[in-house]
Design a protein around this ligand. Structure first.
Ligand code: MG
Length: 183
C-alpha cells in the first residue's frame, strides 16, 4: 500500500456537522477549520445551504474560527458557497494530494498545524489528505451517497476495504468508523 494505515484514521467521528462540539474544539486550541462541502455540508445535488446550516456556519465563525472551504469540486460550485460566509476557499483541491492543502495553508495566517482541524465525509480524500500534511480530520457520515460521482463511488469501495484493514491493528478506531457507517 502507498500510505500508512494510520493516515486513514480520523481524529474523531460524528454523524453530522451539527453534532460536533465546536466550542470544545476552540478550547482545545483549534482556530481554523478546513471544511469540505459536498456531502459534508450539502448533498451534491443541492446548491443552497438550508437556513439551519447557514446558522451553524455563522455560529462556528462567531466562536472565533476561520473556515476555509476546501473542495475537489469546481469553482462555480465552491465560490458561491464560500462567498455566502465571506470565507476563503480552495476549489479543485485534488484531495488527497498535498497541492490543495498547501493552497489552503497559504490562506491561513501561518497558524500552527495543531490549530487547524479538517472536517469531511471521505476517508480517501478528506482524512488521508489532511493526515498526510499533519492536520487532524473529523469524519462525518456522508449526507447522501446516491448522486455521487463515479470516482467518489470508487473511493467508497477502497474506503470500505481500508476500514476492514483497520479492524486488525486499530480495533477501537475501526469500531468508531464502523458505527458511523451503520448509523
Ligand atoms: Mg465530500
Amino acid at each position: 500500500m502507498f500510505f500508512k494505515i494510520k493516515h486513514f484514521i480520523p481524529y474523531d467521528c460524528y454523524k453530522t456537522v451539527f453534532d460536533i462540539d465546536y466550542n470544545k474544539l476552540y478550547e482545545d486550541g483549534k482556530r481554523i477549520i478546513l471544511m469540505d462541502i459536498d456531502n459534508t455540508l450539502i448533498p451534491y445535488d443541492v446548491s443552497e445551504p438550508s437556513e439551519e446550516l447557514k446558522k451553524l456556519i455563522n455560529e462556528i465563525i462567531n466562536i472565533g474560527f476561520r473556515i476555509i472551504f476546501i473542495s475537489n469540486n469546481h469553482k462555480r460550485r465552491v465560490k458561491p458557497f464560500a462567498d455566502l460566509f465571506d470565507s476563503p476557499y480552495v476549489y479543485s483541491a485534488w484531495k488527497p494530494l498535498k497541492k490543495g492543502y498547501r493552497k489552503a495553508l497559504k490562506l491561513t495566517k501561518h497558524e500552527h498545524l495543531d490549530e487547524i482541524i479538517a472536517i469531511g465525509d471521505q476517508v480517501m480524500t478528506d482524512v488521508l489528505g489532511a493526515n498526510k500534511v499533519g492536520i487532524k480530520c473529523i469524519l462525518v457520515k456522508p449526507l447522501k451517497i446516491v448522486n455521487e460521482k463515479w470516482y467518489t463511488k470508487l473511493n467508497r469501495r477502497i474506503e470500505n476495504r481500508i476500514i476492514r484493514k483497520l479492524k486488525k491493528n486499530h480495533y477501537e478506531e475501526y469500531l468508531k468508523i464502523k458505527e458511523l457507517k451503520d448509523l
